[in-house]
Design a protein around this ligand. Structure first.
Ligand code: PEP
Ligand code: CO
Length: 455
């Protein structure tokens, strides 16, 4: 961890003012000149998204705060450059769309998607080193920083990776946009997101698609035209704002209003390990206009949350903040009510999400990181009940998932057990729900939103 000059007087915000705060989870680059050269190149490259899209996401989030919409955020724990293939990108968009259709239909709340995609390349690590095949190596910090390969050389932070990450993000986003413009996300043609096989869930999903198609035909018939509003199945992008020099270089001033935007993604979040109130990450995030997610682990206090809200959302604007507790199935019942009440007392109009993944990590006897479907579901269900009991609303969910048939999390209708996990364990970091488990989760969320919460 690199700690720079500490000055806790309030700073005048600039895209670089974070450099005057203590900063955690940053790599140490050996070649300062190479670092500067790569950052200069990044700052000259075109933005990946535009301010109008960021504003659009803010409006969507504000609608979710008002209970009119629901936000589905999901994707890989760590995207890898090697996953930048048309198939992997299409699979990710497809699973988000499939889940959205199921949740919108059963939950009666229109869903918008925010992918952990096109930039989710940096990982916070609890330790600077890790043991791989009996060798102690510097930790893998995500493709933005070093390579996963188990050698000293691969694990050395390389600043050229920031420019490479930008181009991989840009190719990913370009393909996502082409899919959307080309009609892949068009609700007139949900058959493009058909599922193979014939399990109970697949049959239920097909019936929903039929119903969606009928409703759309009906609306089109009344309107006398094909509804163009149904064509914009846009997918917003998000990643953890971890590597601050990279984020700084993608910060640009918007035209007109004078706001500063991070144009490397629509939404950014701050992780549980980097959300210190006086730390560099909060200093950076407080000055940009993008919607900000804040991860909240079980040790966070109501007071800390209150201070974070004041720092990040002084104007109390709906659309600005998404709070993402990741408390774990054992802690949610004791920890969540106090957080909700603390936020209610402040009057900040936040969107409440739930990340039922990161508090529920398990390690198998063989040393694989996994998570259990029922624990994930239980944390989510309890969260929804707690919000309802306190007159609050859970308007978003946050998952690590993939559209591919991996075997990383246990449980679900395929009843994956510890012994099945080695079959297709491919994640670059944490275990993800696979396509079947994700779709099944969507049905359960739809039931919960539709009113049928069982404990
Ligand atoms: C993550 O979202 O991948 C992550 C590391 O989360 P957290 O900061 O909540 O641990
Ligand atoms: Co993760």
């Amino acid at each position: 961890m690199q700690v720079l000059e500490t000055n806790l007087e309030p700073l005048t915000w600039t895209p670089r003012s974070w450099r005057q705060r203590p900063v955690s989870q940053q790599p140490r680059y050996e070649d300062a000149e190479a670092l500067e050269a790569n950052l200069r190149q990044l700052s000259r490259l075109p933005p990946l998204v535009v301010p109008e899209e960021v504003e659009d996401l803010r409006r969507n989030i504000a609608d979710a705060v008002a209970g009119k919409r629901f936000m589905l955020q999901g994707g890989d724990c760590a995207e890898q450059f090697a996953d930048c293939t048309p198939q992997a990108i299409t699979d990710k968009l497809r699973i988000l769309l499939q889940m959205s259709v199921v949740i919108t239909h059963g939950g009666r709340r229109s869903v918008f998607q925010v992918g952990r995609i096109a930039g989710q390349y940096a990982k916070p690590r609890s330790k600077d080193t890790e043991e791989v095949n009996g060798r102690e190596l510097p930790s893998y910090r995500g493709d933005l920083i070093n390579a996963a390969e188990a050698t000293e050389a691969a694990r050395r932070p390389d600043p050229r990776r920031m420019v490479e990450a930008y181009f991989h993000a840009s190719a990913t986003l370009n393909h996502l946009r082409s899919l959307v413009v080309g009609g892949f996300a068009d609700l007139h043609h949900p058959e493009r997101w058909e599922l193979p096989g014939s399990t109970r869930r697949v049959e239920a999903y097909r019936r929903i698609l039929d119903r969606v198609r009928e409703s759309i035909d009906f609306i089109d018939a009344i309107a006398g035209t094909k509804g163009t509003y149904l064509r914009t199945g846009e997918c917003f992008t998000s990643h953890e704002a971890l590597l601050l020099p990279y984020e700084e270089s993608l910060t640009r001033e918007g035209s007109g209003g004078g706001f500063q935007y991070n144009l490397g993604a629509h939404m950014l979040w701050v992780g549980e390990r980097t959300r210190a109130l006086n730390g560099a990450h909060i200093e950076y995030l407080r000055g940009i206009r993008n919607p900000i997610g804040v991860k909240l682990g079980p040790s966070v206090s109501g007071e800390e949350v209150r201070d974070l809200l004041a720092a990040l959302d002084p104007q109390k604007e709906a659309g600005r903040l998404v709070l993402i507790p990741r408390l774990g199935v054992e802690r949610v019942r004791e920890a969540l009510p106090g957080l909700i009440q603390a936020v209610q007392a402040t009057g900040h109009p936040v969107l409440w999400s739930c990340d039922p993944m990161h508090g529920n990590g398990l390690v198998t006897a063989r040393g694989l990181k996994t998570r259990d479907f029922d624990q994930i579901l239980s944390e989510l269900r309890q969260s929804m009940q707690i919000h309802r009991a306190l007159g609050s609303d859970l308007g978003a969910v946050h998952f690590e998932l993939t559209g591919q048939d991996v075997t990383e999390c246990m449980g679900g209708s395929q009843q994956l057990s510890e012994l099945d996990l080695h079959q297709a364990y491919e994640t670059g970091c944490d275990p993800r729900l696979n396509q079947t488990q994700s779709l099944e989760m969507a049905f359960l969320i739809a039931d919960m939103l539709g009113g049928a919460i069982q404990s």
